[in-house]
Write a protein that binds this ligand. Structure first.
Ligand code: ATP
Length: 494
């Protein structure tokens, strides 16, 4: 078996995700909808398990973090206050020849990467600086000039491009609430879940009697009208975020920022991923609300890409909501400041945010787990595709097979399955030879296959086969609960 290159691996993962019910293109029978995807029967389970891992790690394991579920629709003023109406946009440029639209900054970034790859590091650094300056100054004509000066071509066409001016394009989807379609009824689909947390800050703090420092976590959908949708579920128009805002006393934000930066990387590594696959990326160009920002990046087959952002958002959001809503967003801190011997008193808290894209985490997990293994021996050629998923994340925890469809074996297998299915997601399969059934379960990452045979009817033992080692052992059926439970326990990662 030849070793596939990274491009092929990525293509194979996408094909595998579809073939085995993980991810389907949305509206496929109508030829799909660009940058929108559906999760299938195994994908939904894997996604839920990733959410559970995050929720347990963030909410259940921290007695000062609670979780909420806020609405996707929010008062339109929220997006004015947060800066999204005026500032949440990308610089776009069109090629008049091909009618294709691109993000001007991404065209330049690709050029910088090309200079780097060709060993022209001076050129790369110079262009990076010039681009950063133009972006910082919001100098759109300069971005266009850079594209022309560096003779950047349309990535999809060999013809000479005819570039338009660079314009800002807002990424928020808007719609109308109610029957009247005037400006006052325009509302937005949230482009991030964080604002639902900020506007509920006082509700949660008061009803939960939360004391600073404390956090509010949330998992939910976010929507961005991404102009360039690419790399499968990396950049979608409808996606899911898992965000946590941690409210702290002003002046302590640096310390908490460092703590969360480390804690979040540990969460990733606890799944057993090779640490070399991750790296931090420090933001030099900070968002309007941030005083520090790091991304956690993963080495995807197409290069390192952001999976999670850790942002020190200062008191920007709460202060803005205080101003736009006219309601105080303050916290009274009764603790005594040793410098003044007086309580810290009223202040608008500072915020550290951890924001991870669930879909990017899903893709990372699939790519990491996907293995094409050569099992050939001298006698015969053989191979398998296996998802070496962490057992906690596996969609199906065990599959149960009667060796044959007769002699009461299916009934016995179902009887054993009934003892397990409340606690674990178990699959029953009786079609095809056992070897084929193993392969199907390997392909979806099931850690255990349990075979019920004639001996089971006599002594209530079964054969259990392990996904990774493919080793088999004979165990008592009444031990299965413990064997599966031990392997898939969240205690292994938390
Ligand atoms: P990028 O620079 O890749 O567009 P971002 O910096 O805009 O990402 P944030 O606003 O920090 O992203 O959002 C937090 C997380 O949400 C990201 O780390 C990413 O995992 C996820 N995310 C953002 N945009 C998308 C998208 N269009 N599709 C899927 N996930 C996304």
């Amino acid at each position: 078996m030849s070793t596939p290159n990274t491009d092929e691996i990525f293509k194979n993962v996408i094909a595998h995700a579809k073939e085995y019910g993980f991810v389907f293109p949305s509206s496929e029978i109508y030829d799909g909808l660009s940058a929108v995807y559906d999760y299938g029967q195994n994908g939904a389970e894997l996604k839920n398990n990733i959410k559970t891992y995050w929720w347990k790690a963030m909410v259940q394991m921290h007695d000062n973090i609670v979780g909420i579920d806020s609405a996707i629709f929010m008062h339109p003023k929220i997006w004015k206050a947060s800066g999204h109406v005026d500032g949440f946009s990308d610089p776009m440029i069109d090629n008049k020849v091909t009618q294709k639209r691109y993000r001007a900054d991404q065209l330049l970034e690709d050029k910088i990467a090309a200079y780097d790859a060709a060993g022209q590091t001076d050129q790369a650094e110079l262009l990076q600086t010039e681009m950063d300056n133009a972006l910082k100054a919001e100098d759109l004509p300069r971005l266009r000039e850079l594209i022309l000066e560096h003779e950047i071509k349309d990535p999809l066409s060999k013809d000479r491009p005819d570039w338009t001016d660079v314009r800002q394009f807002n990424l928020m989807f808007s719609t109308q609430v109610g029957a009247l379609a005037d400006d006052s009824s325009t509302i937005y689909l949230r482009p991030e879940t964080a604002q639902g947390i900020f506007v509920n800050f006082l509700n949660v703090q008061k009803t939960g009697r939360m004391k600073i420092p404390f956090g509010i976590a949330q998992i939910g959908k976010a929507f961005r009208n991404e102009v360039i949708a690419r790399q499968f579920i990396i950049r979608m128009r409808e996606f899911e975020q898992m965000e946590m805002q941690f409210f702290v006393r002003p002046g302590t934000q640096k310390e908490w920022f460092n703590k969360w930066k480390e804690t979040r990387l540990q969460w990733h590594l606890a799944l057993g991923t090779d640490a070399a696959k991750y790296r931090y990326h420090e933001h030099t160009k900070l968002a309007h609300y941030a005083d520090a920002a790091y991304d956690i990046e993963f080495d995807f087959p197409f290069g390192f890409k952001e999976v999670e952002g850790i942002h020190s958002r200062t008191d920007f959001d709460l202060s803005q909501h205080q101003e736009f809503s006219g309601k105080k967003m303050q916290y009274f801190d009764p603790e005594v400041d040793p410098d003044t011997n007086k309580p810290y008193g009223n202040y608008v808290p500072y915020v550290i945010e951890t924001s991870i894209g669930l879909d990017r985490m899903f893709l990372l997990t699939m790519i990491n787990a996907y293995k094409e293994e050569d099992l050939s021996t001298e006698e015969k050629q053989d191979s398998r595709t296996v998802l070496r998923l962490h057992p906690c994340l596996a969609p199906v925890k065990a599959a149960i097979f009667p060796l044959t469809k007769k002699d009461g074996l299916p009934e016995k297998a179902r009887e054993i399955m009934d003892t397990l299915k409340l606690d674990f997601n178990i699959q029953y399969e009786e079609k095809d030879a056992i070897g084929k059934r193993y392969r199907r379960q390997d392909a979806i990452g099931t850690p255990f296959c349990i075979t019920v045979d004639h001996q089971t009817l006599e002594d209530n033992t079964v054969t259990i086969r392990h996904r990774d080692s493919m080793a088999q052992e004979r165990v008592a059926a009444d031990q299965l609960d413990k064997i599966i439970g031990d392997l898939v326990s969240w205690k292994n990662v938390l």
